[in-house]
Design a protein around this ligand. Structure first.
Ligand code: ADP
Ligand code: MG
Length: 352
């Protein structure tokens, strides 16, 4: 979808490196008071005053993390930012700045990069972060994208993976499995298109799960909600690789076990119907599918009254002593150990 044959394309070489950087970054204006100097000098200058800073980075590689045959570049730019902001929010922090570095080959046109930066810009606007720098270089083959995100947090409210205690409630935001199923639908349509290029994809009925795959939203709103509810989770992680591997991270780093209830896992109706169609087990998809970018947290039992009526948060289990291990309590009330299959086990050509 990079090539739109009806439109004139501008070669990147016609701008030169500095012209290109200038062209792509002139749309950014800084909004956060912690940004003293953004793009345009040798380094950005930031001042977080009495706040602590969280910093996270991700590298996305074409053919490994994304496929441009169904991922529009605008969405890719947006998603590259979301992946990082999600990690900032998982610390219970407020995201403030990002840098964006790209390695790009001459098979991409200026218009393609403009679309990519449109997505970056949109994400920065919607989430209130400043784009304060990056790097631009050439690549001999595919596109590589590295985004770094910074956020600010008070040390009293920062949340790590390691603070869960036995009897804490295991809570997840939103619903799970959608992004993985969206990818399955897109992969299927890609195969159909290969056989018959005139075949228009029929994606009605899959809009929610496709959006979960192509345009995920990081849960900034959940960080705000927790603040409003005056709940500081005891541990937290974002769901990028699938529920089971994130639960294992929390349990291992907190040195606790857990009981996860199969019947409590939140699933969108479209996830359930698509699982039926693909003959997949929805629990397996929620446990091992990736890229949902929800927040998984543990909260103390005494905070339960504050969250129990909230439609954005679902209690899916509770933490136990480490000696009882990590278990899935099935609908049939049998306990089976949770293992980390993660993304790789379900899809040989994708990993996150
Ligand atoms: P340097 O030679 O010091 O690396 P550059 O010419 O690469 O500087 O970058 C000039 C300015 O533009 C810097 O502020 C840099 O952070 C910013 N910048 C470069 N590439 C990008 C990009 N892809 N996205 C956002 N900002 C960028
Ligand atoms: Mg540079």
């Amino acid at each position: 979808m990079i090539e739109d044959k009806n439109q004139e394309k501008t070669a990147l070489s016609s701008l030169g490196e500095f012209g290109l950087i200038d062209h792509l970054t002139k749309q950014f204006t800084d909004k956060n008071s912690s940004t003293i100097k953004g793009i345009g000098d040798d380094a950005a200058i930031l001042d977080f005053k009495n706040k602590s800073v969280v910093l996270t980075t991700d590298l996305l590689v074409e053919g490994v993390h994304f496929d441009l045959s169904y991922m529009p570049l605008k969405h890719l730019g947006y998603k590259a930012v979301m992946v990082n902001l999600s990690d900032v929010y998982a610390m219970n922090a407020n995201a403030t700045q990002i840098t964006v570095s790209i390695a790009v080959s001459n098979r991409f046109s200026l218009e393609a990069l403009e679309a990519f930066y449109e997505g970056i810009h949109k994400a920065a606007e919607v989430y209130g972060v400043d784009v304060v720098g990056g790097d631009t270089t050439s690549s001999t083959t595919g596109l590589m994208i590295s985004v770094t995100a910074l956020g600010e947090v008070d040390l009293e409210t920062v949340v790590k993976r390691s603070g869960a205690k036995a009897n804490d409630l295991l809570v997840v935001s939103g619903d799970l499995g959608g992004a993985y199923l969206g990818l399955q639908v897109l992969e299927r349509e890609k195969e159909v298109f290969k056989v018959n290029p005139n075949n228009q994809p029929d994606l009605d009925g899959y809009t929610y799960i496709i959006e979960r795959q192509l345009k995920p939203e990081a849960r900034k709103d959940i960080v705000k909600l927790l603040k409003d509810l005056e709940v500081v989770p005891t541990s937290m992680i974002d769901v990028s690789d699938g529920l089971s591997s994130e639960i294992i991270h929390l349990c291992k780093q907190s040195e606790v076990g857990c009981d996860l209830y199969e019947d409590k896992i939140p699933l969108d109706p479209q996830v359930i119907s698509t699982c039926e169609e693909f003959n997949m087990d929805s629990t397996t998809v929620a446990l091992n599918g990736g890229e949902d970018y929800e927040l998984l947290m543990t909260i103390s039992q005494e905070d339960f009254p504050k969250i129990k009526a909230n439609p954005n948060l679902t209690v899916i289990g509770y933490m136990t002593d480490s000696s009882t291990g990590m278990n899935l309590v099935t609908r049939g009330e049998t306990k089976i150990p949770i293992t980390a299959q993660g993304w790789n086990a379900m899809s040989s050509d994708s990993e996150s």
